[in-house]
Design a protein around this ligand. Structure first.
Ligand SMILES: Cc1cc2nc3c(=O)[nH]c(=O)nc-3n(C[C@H](O)[C@H](O)[C@H](O)COP(=O)(O)OP(=O)(O)OC[C@H]3O[C@@H](n4cnc5c(N)ncnc54)[C@H](O)[C@@H]3O)c2cc1C
Length: 465
């Protein structure tokens, strides 16, 4: 009998285990699959607090439907009819700059009219057509790439908040190629992002004439019951194969594979294949005795902390309509938050009738110490910032704080070299696989896509050995 262990029941581990199970079921192979999760429940970063009619997500609030992997997983699980698309108004996104909110322009005309950049900043963007291209083997930071191609102002007011929104990161310390591979690819293929955008728009019109402008990367999608529906369904399908409260402390080699050690209270578990789907910051230690070099590479991965402060208010006590996705704050502003997402305007039924729900993000690589404040201080800080930006003075009717000391992996320059070094070490450790948001994308779509890739590699390995 072949034995497979997956460590970690976040979306990466659960989706990988499910895909392996799907491929092996009916293949004629006799196998035993186990998923070991350190915590009492599943989902990792996915979770929510639900009370008094509010549903406040702890981490991600959705995935984009512009990539197929998570949608396909939902389809396989029979969840397609439970999917919830974001409201039309959520296409409107704001950037806070110089004392007020600016709508992120979605068209060239809106861009020209927008006050987000001054006339020189707008003109400089045209210079993108002639900007010095990135050398093929260079690994620029997002900030350097942005300044070179789009100018300092656009880099600070457009790229920087995007980096805060996706990575809670510092653009001066993140690799463009590893964080935004699509942008790097477009620059390489078209030698200009403007040229790439025009060419892609032309292609879209050719293939679907009459189509309107595409939203920013698709439509955010979740479930009426919140994103937890996905990991909970996966857990239910895996059934007895899932073991919670089982933190792997050490992985060691056996003559035929690996042994997972849990410390006192749980016997070790032997397996032919071990897939580690825990964050790199939780993976280096269990691997230290097995392969010190691999462990040392994983130890270099940096994480940014984030605190999420969910606040509910009575709509009638606000003096503005929350008519969009929310706002992000560029680092050049002297504000103390990364941004605020207007949850109840993004998805229906996230707050009771007559109320609104906002999730304010604090900390990130920009201000890690703020993410470590205690809950009362975080609520005070979020309220003060929402008062300054949105004029909200009303007392909240719902409060929920989530703290993620290691929220999001930061793909710093050298990331792709580290991935190559990891691959070289794994080649010496047949049957050991690493997956999760530390390596090839932090979005849920990346995690589910990697799950299929790893499941193919695992089943290939099992059939060959
Ligand atoms: C605040 C926030 C907002 C986000 N928003 C979005 C969004 O809107 N859209 C989007 O696409 N992405 C978003 N992301 C990113 C996305 O949520 C994550 O990248 C993704 O959920 C990571 O999943 P994972 O399974 O790789 O890791 P995790 O969710 O971290 O899961 C890892 C699991 O491994 C377990 N584990 C760790 N060590 C061990 C051990 N030794 N033994 C056993 N188990 C162990 C942990 O307990 C955990 O359950 C957001 C992230 C954060 C923090």
């Amino acid at each position: 009998m072949k034995t497979i262990s997956v460590v970690g029941a976040g979306i990466s581990g659960l989706a990988t285990a499910w895909q392996i199970d799907q491929r092996l079921r009916g293949s004629g192979m006799d196998y035993q699959l186990r998923v070991f999760e350190a915590g009492p429940g599943v989902g990792g970063k996915i979770g929510a607090a639900q009370r008094d009619g509010f549903l406040c997500e702890a981490g991600p609030n959705g995935f984009l439907d512009s990539k197929p992997s998570t949608l396909a997983l939902c389809e396989e699980l029979g969840l397609s009819d439970q999917l919830l698309r974001s409201e039309e108004a959520a296409r409107r996104r704001y950037i806070y700059s110089r004392g007020r909110l600016h709508e992120l322009p979605g068209t060239a005309m809106a861009f020209l009219r927008s006050g987000l950049l001054d006339p020189l900043g707008k003109l400089r963007i045209l210079g993108e057509l002639w900007a010095t291209p990135t050398a093929p083997d260079a690994d620029p930071t997002v900030a350097e790439f942005g300044r070179r191609r789009l100018g300092a102002q656009a880099a600070a007011r457009l790229l920087d908040p995007m980096v805060a929104g996706v990575f809670a990161g510092d653009p001066e310390r993140l690799s463009l190629t590893s964080c935004f591979p699509r942008i790097a690819e477009l620059e390489q293929n078209y030698r200009s992002l403007i040229r790439a955008m025009l060419a892609l728009q032309l292609q879209r019109r050719k293939h679907s004439p009459g189509a309107g402008p595409a939203g920013p990367g698709g439509t955010l999608t979740s479930f009426a019951g919140g994103l937890s529906v996905l990991p909970e369904t996966l857990a239910a399908r895996l059934g007895q194969q899932l073991v919670c409260n089982a933190a792997v402390q050490e992985v060691s080699r056996t003559p035929t594979g690996y042994q997972l050690n849990f410390g006192a209270g749980r016997p070790p578990h032997d397996c032919d294949v071990a897939v580690l789907a825990s964050q790199a910051c939780d993976t280096w230690q269990p691997l230290q005795a097995l392969d010190a070099e691999l462990s040392a590479i994983l130890q270099q991965f940096e994480y940014a902390p984030v605190a999420v402060v969910g606040l509910g208010f009575e709509q009638a006590r606000l003096n503005r309509q929350l008519d969009g996705f929310g706002f992000l704050v560029p680092g050049e502003e002297s504000r103390k938050i990364l941004g605020s997402l207007w949850t109840s305007s993004i998805f229906a039924h996230r707050s009771p009738p007559g109320s609104v729900l906002l999730r304010t993000l604090i900390g990130g690589a920009r201000a890690p110490a703020l993410a470590a404040l205690d809950e009362d201080q975080l609520v005070q800080l979020a309220r003060a910032e929402l008062s300054a930006v949105l004029g909200i003075e009303a007392p909240p009717v719902f409060i929920q704080v989530f703290k993620w000391p290691q929220a999001i992996c930061q793909y710093t320059p050298g990331h792709r070299d580290r991935l190559a070094a990891i691959e070289r070490r794994l080649a010496l450790l047949p049957g050991l696989f690493l997956t999760g948001n530390a390596y090839r994308g932090v979005a849920l779509n990346d995690c589910t896509q990697n799950a299929s890739v790893i499941a193919d590699q695992v089943t290939g390995f099992l059939h060959a050995n």
